[in-house]
Write a protein that binds this ligand. Structure first.
Ligand code: 5GP
Ligand code: MN
Length: 336
């Protein structure tokens, strides 16, 4: 099969591009949403679509349940990200990097009915195709990788600001081009973004490397609670432990990826007790172990090698459930 290039083909890269183009042409006021606990791909995608729609003369609202993370405040349009939609009536919603409707949190759930056309742009293999138009490419290393190809189809001019947002998603979701889903296409896109003015060293430093001291203290607690059994490496961090450290983040802050690098680990898991008593669960794995299925069976989703879900507490009950199912998944894959 001939690989499509990033050069402007006569054919559009995605078959969904024309329907997306038509829906945008019909809209004046556009609400752009990404997922709760946003990461670099979520916020890079959100701001890139915001800039692209502004370039087309649209009025845009950027909203994310819980708002922006401080370390991403270098992104263009970061100061315009709201925690919820305003009272405007929207003609169109564009959702980026969300595998299902629940991932958009209150920002989406609180919108009045009937809702307008919804474009769902995402790269999670577990995506439920919840949109009126669904552009889901599970081979893309980030949602911003999809957006780069889509913007080309939509004749969006690649500015340095758009490139900065797009490259941020690519760098963070691939952990600096180290994940196993990086392809030649990923590098081709990264190169195009840098040529358009994206600043890779700044993105790597601010979006990937720098972290608060409290994150390392949280890792310290997580590593001392860590256990390993039959290829499963896991840990828990309780709310009391986080409070004692002054750590107010909700994610595992990179701990789960570090644990997955243990040579004898098949699956790694971090269970984090949230302020409301629910448990945020992060999974990582190496082939052939697949955590997307595991997370989806627990009401979450993600990618084959990186996934997550949110469970009811208490922590020890959630831990027992997750450990049992993860050990079963390892056992099953070992016999396939
Ligand atoms: P992380 O462990 O970095 O928070 O998430 C890893 C992957 O799993 C990401 O792609 C993220 O979107 C997905 N993920 C994490 N938590 C949830 C969840 O509660 N629901 C769904 N559908 N996906 C999740
Ligand atoms: Mn992503």
């Amino acid at each position: 099969m001939a690989a499509k290039t990033l050069q402007k083909d006569i054919m559009q890269y995605y078959k969904e591009s024309q329907a997306i183009k038509d829906a945008i042409a019909d809209a004046e006021r556009i609400l752009i949403i990404t997922h709760v606990d946003p990461d670099g791909d979520a916020l890079g995608s959100l701001t890139a679509v915001g800039l692209a729609m502004q370039q087309l003369g649209k009025s845009v609202t950027l909203a994310v349940d819980g708002g922006l993370l401080r370390r991403f405040s270098f992104l263009p349009l970061a100061d315009q990200i709201a925690q919820s939609a305003d009272n405007t009536t929207y003609d169109l919603i564009i959702s980026v990097d969300c595998g299902d409707e629940q991932r958009m949190g209150h920002t989406f759930a609180d919108l009045p009915l009937p809702r307008p056309t919804l474009i769902n742009i995402d790269h999670h293999v577990t995506n439920t195709n919840f949109g009126s138009i669904n552009l889901v490419d599970a081979e893309a290393a980030s949602t911003t990788e999809i957006l780069t190809l889509l913007f080309n189809d939509l004749d969006i001019r690649m500015t340095s600001d758009i490139a900065q947002s797009l490259l941020t998603g690519l760098v963070t979701d691939t952990l600096g081009f180290r994940t196993l889903n990086v392809t030649p296409r990923t590098f081709e896109i990264a190169s195009q973004m840098m040529q358009a003015g994206a600043d890779l060293p700044t993105i790597t430093m601010l979006a990937l490397n720098l972290k608060p001291l409290s994150t390392l203290k949280m890792w310290n607690v997580g590593l001392s609670n860590m256990r390993m059994k039959n290829g499963l490496i896991w840990t828990t961090i309780s709310k009391a432990e986080r409070d004692a450290l002054g750590y107010n983040g909700t994610g595992s802050g990179g701990l789960v990826s570090m644990m997955s690098d243990v040579e004898t680990a098949a699956i790694s898991v971090v269970l984090n007790e949230l302020d409301d008593g629910r448990i945020s669960v992060s999974f990582r794995s190496r082939p052939p172990y697949n955590v997307a299925d595991l997370a989806m069976n627990l009401g979450g989703g993600g990618h084959p090698l990186a996934a997550g879900c949110t469970l009811d507490g208490p922590l020890d009950k959630a831990e027992t459930l997750v450990v049992d199912l993860s050990l079963q998944a390892i056992e099953t894959a070992n016999h396939d």
